[in-house]
Design a protein around this ligand. Structure first.
Ligand code: GLU
Length: 305
């Protein structure tokens, strides 16, 4: 397995010159585009690492399936999905168009920004700090990393330039979907997106999803089986932005991508995979990261389809 992972990373190095880091969050544009890392955590606890696997980056949208699980724990499934839908959009992650044109103004799914902001507004806690601390605690449990924290500079950068996310949040507030104060919900969302992880952390989270909620190291249950099934389904249909269809054909795995360049992929009953490389394609997915996953999927016959 180690040899195959190293081969995948070497193959993907050929694509490092393509694309560029996200720049709409100014702090993300500072990323070193030569970085490339990958980690595999098998459901039996075996781990394999390659390249810059310990380099940290902000989790960004990879946080969305995890926040969804916490929101589902805090509310009934009926409540959550009466306010956020289950359908792929075919639009960009931060698009506003469907909110206005769809009859219900309900965000189409929890993986796009409008849906994820709504999902965050359902997370319970007396104060904004309590809500974020509950969320962070859950991320720490899933990643088996008690030291996870958020990146203040990226958080500030997102907050200062988050005009579109503010527009989305205000729109869903106006439509009666968002709960609580718009600015407090955005603070939670931006902090969640700014949580610092490395490939190893997201591979461990993906391994928990792969084993339907069990820890790959202790076999203890961390999360309900039903919720892991739900989020893996969203990852297949909406996890790779508006490239989810092509990714399903080429790689065939539930995966979630983030604009800092990370991708978390899960191979049911077998392993979690985390990859990182900051240069993105036009849809917002890490180019070299996807190449690592394509190589692994072909070589190890990982596609679920
Ligand atoms: N914090 C980012 C935003 O809301 C997350 C986007 C992403 O990773 O897709 O714009």
């Amino acid at each position: 397995m180690q040899r195959i992972l190293d081969e995948a990373v070497e193959y993907a190095r050929n694509f490092l010159h393509q694309g560029k880091p996200a720049s709409y969050i100014p702090e993300l544009a500072k990323a070193d585009p030569s970085l490339l890392g990958a980690a595999i955590v098998e459901t039996n606890g075996s781990t394999y690492f390659s390249g810059d696997f310990e380099k940290s980056f902000t989790i960004q949208s990879i946080s969305k399936p995890i926040a969804l699980i916490l929101s589902l724990k805090d509310n009934s499934e009926n409540f959550v999905f009466s306010r956020v839908g289950m359908e792929p959009t075919g639009d960009a992650f931060n698009s506003i168009i469907k909110l206005e044109t769809e009859e219900s103004s309900k965000p189409l799914n929890p993986m796009i920004n409008a849906g994820a902001i709504a999902i965050d507004s359902f997370i319970k806690g007396k104060t904004p700090d309590e809500k974020f601390n509950r969320l962070l605690k859950f991320f720490r449990q899933l990643s088996h990393n008690p030291d996870l924290t958020y990146d203040h500079d990226v958080y500030r950068s997102e907050d200062e330039t988050g005009f579109r996310n503010r527009a989305l949040a205000n729109f869903i507030e106006d439509a009666g979907i968002l709960l609580g104060d718009v600015e407090e919900v955005l603070e939670l969302y931006f902090k969640q997106c700014s949580i610092k992880v490395c490939c190893k952390d997201i591979a461990i989270i993906a391994a928990v999803l792969a084993s339907n909620g069990l820890s790959p190291f202790t076999n203890n249950r961390i999360c309900e089986r039903h919720y892991t099934r739900l989020v893996k389904t969203f990852m297949v249909t909406c996890g790779m932005y508006d490239a989810s269809g092509e990714f399903a054909v080429k790689v065939g795995l539930p995966a979630k991508s983030g604009v800092a360049g990370g991708i978390m992929a899960t191979v049911p009953d077998r392993m979690g995979i985390g990859v990182y490389s900051p240069n993105l394609d036009v849809k917002g997915n890490s180019i070299a990261g996807m190449k690592v996953l394509e190589y692994l999927s072909t070589r190890l016959d990982l596609s679920i389809f």
